[in-house]
Design a protein around this ligand. Sequence first.
Ligand code: KG4
Ligand code: ZN
Length: 408
Amino acid sequence: MKILAIETSCDDTSIALIQTPAPSGRGSFNFIERRKEERISFNILSNVISSQTEIHKKWGGVYPALAKREHQRNLIPVLEKALKKAQELKIENRKLQIEEKRLRILKKILKREPELLDNFLNFIPKIKKPRIEAIALTVGPGLEPCLWAGVNFAKALAYFWQIPIIPVNHIEAHIYANFIGNFKFQISNFKTLFPAVCLVVSGGHTQLILMKNIGNYKILGETQDDAAGECLDKVARTLGLEYPGGPVIENKSSEFKIKNLESKIKLPRPMIHSKDYNFSFSGLKTAVLYDFRKRNPKVRKNKDYIRQICAETQQSVIDVLIRKTIKAVKNYRIKSIILGGGVIANNELRKQFREKIKKEVPGLKLYIPDPKFCTDNAAMVAVVSFFHRKEKKNWKGIKARADLRINK
Ligand code: KG4
Ligand code: ZN
């Protein structure tokens, strides 16, 4: 079956079309579990992402009201591109006349997104209904105004095309990004995957999750203040670097060479030895701010200083993430580690994770998504919906849930 997926939880507007391996609507995960020998792979027909980074650069972070406005503007053009790329875009000769009752309901669904309503009415009645069986939709967690833009858009489409919605948790989507691409997995192999420890690290979240099976999660620990990505974004802002901070800090760090240095900066590794699995990154951000403030203006602009403080910040984040993950692996008899989220796109983190696992827990499987599926995208949302396809709902019951938890 074909699924259309919508993701608007933060500042990226993304729509994907995927072809799932199993026949439509039938059964649950148990149904595919019986087909043990079959290899499952998801065929990504399109995965269009419209990034808003240029708009948010001025603020050094995501400004929710602006992000919502951009989602309103972007959703129809992104949908158009996604349908076209998946060869599901057919423009009719004549625009369909919408009868009054239907129009009233559409206006009601999109009453808080007037610009999106206009775009919707200008485009959707002109195109042939694509051959999709459901809409996979990120309902949370995320920035509430942003989530609502995607939710109301999905509801209007689901109502207009008379198809169900499968609500998806954004954190679960970051985990399932591992199932995309060349990674073909056999259901029978699932036994060798679980229990797994999942580490999801993004701009909004830093969570260590025990995954006992598909759909079975327990949050072991999470950040008590800033997410790791948020910390990198804020540090970049302090240092006068661009948003998003993660990739810029990675870049500056890679230029850092010890021999150029006079003094070595040492930043804290917050909570690295705490007994729990929680994290804290706001102290790291503050430590960078203090170091920066005490330097004279000349040093603050010095390339070597910037490179060094970036490298040390990045290393602090990496050290804490790896240490806590390995601690969970040892305490829970884990069979695999699954990483996900925007910060996991970081090459140094990927490299060090591989090296440390090899050294400290040799033989343990480590799954890391392709970097392009680490940051927000709708393809990963579509993949999750395949495993939850029994939970499809009528558009009427769908809501955005900014604080949605993966363990419900
Ligand atoms: O998963 P994501 O796209 O959105 C959220 O769900 O938050 O993650 C975005 C975060 C940003 O904080 C960004 O700075 C960080 O991921 N990020 C990175 C890299 N690419 C993105 N952090 C470190 N290294 C990177 N290469
Ligand atoms: Zn995300």
